[in-house]
Design a protein. Structure first.
Lengths: 141, 119
């Protein structure tokens, strides 16, 4: 797997969430993602960046274009030094909700991307790594 | 969208076309503006045209559905119209159900759904 481009954005205020969303959307469109794949990765970026802003700021987003045997993809990572996630299973099942989300932030994002990994330690922070390939149904092929 | 959303009056209904990027703070302000507009105008129906929104995440989706529920409590019916295919696919994939608000393909069908003469 080859990294073609690399960009890092801080997430400290609400405008940063918008910046992350825009950067991901721009990259997806430039790299020929179809509208479905573009909407999926952009929405996941929005959910995950907002999550950092709401519960674990400051953090940062790493946005990369990757290439694997001619396949174009976007790797999106969210890093924070927030409180960590105590019950990852519950978060992944969408069990939490709050005024500003439906508890779908992390669980919903996972369903929108092709690869999803979460690494969290209480009191230390969380890293979420995702990959979305250019084709909407690439999960199967 | 810059904070104030233009509201168009169509007979006894209000029409709002949301465009561009709906930021969190803007979405909340929009909700309050719309409820105030319903009260002022005595509208019976509210059409939210979201064909201009390329991305609707769970937060924006929740604001839209909540706006419909709030309008319902006030006595107005909300119809969400023009959702793009990729937005519908994304919301369903995430597990979000737009429960509590009516939907229609476009403004015309939304108005038909609000019409008192509908059969």
């Amino acid at each position: 797997m080859r990294t073609v481009s690399h960009e890092e954005l801080e997430i400290a205020c609400e405008d940063d969430v918008v910046r992350v969303r825009r950067a991901v959307r721009k990259l997806a469109e430039e790299r020929g993602f179809d509208p479905f794949a573009t909407a999926a990765i952009t929405t996941a970026a929005s959910e995950l960046a907002r999550n950092v802003f709401l519960y674990a700021k400051p953090g940062r987003a790493v946005i990369e274009q990757i290439d694997k045997a001619g396949r174009v993809g976007i790797r999106l990572e969210l890093h924070d030094r927030g409180p960590g996630i105590a019950d990852v299973d519950r978060v992944l099942s969408g069990g939490y909700s709050s005024r500003r989300s439906l508890g779908l932030g992390i669980s919903g994002s996972r369903r929108l991307v092709d690869e999803f990994e979460i690494e969290t330690a209480l009191g230390k922070g969380t890293v979420i790594r995702t990959i979305k390939w250019a084709r909407f149904s690439s999960r199967n092929g | 969208v810059t904070g104030r959303v233009p509201v168009l009056r169509l007979g006894s209904n209000l029409l709002v076309a949301l465009q561009g990027e709906l930021e969190d703070a803007v979405a909340e302000a929009m909700q309050q503006d719309l409820l105030a507009a319903i009260e002022r105008s005595g509208a019976r129906g509210l059409i939210l045209d979201i064909s201009g929104l390329a991305v609707v995440d769970s937060y924006v989706a929740r604001v839209l559905v909540d706006t419909g529920r709030m309008a319902r409590l006030m006595g107005a019916t909300t119809v969400l119209v023009g959702m793009r295919p990729e937005v519908a696919a994304t919301l369903v994939q995430m597990g979000f159900a737009m429960d509590g608000v009516e939907t229609a393909l476009d403004v015309e069908q939304g108005l038909a759904a609000l019409s008192p003469h509908r059969s």
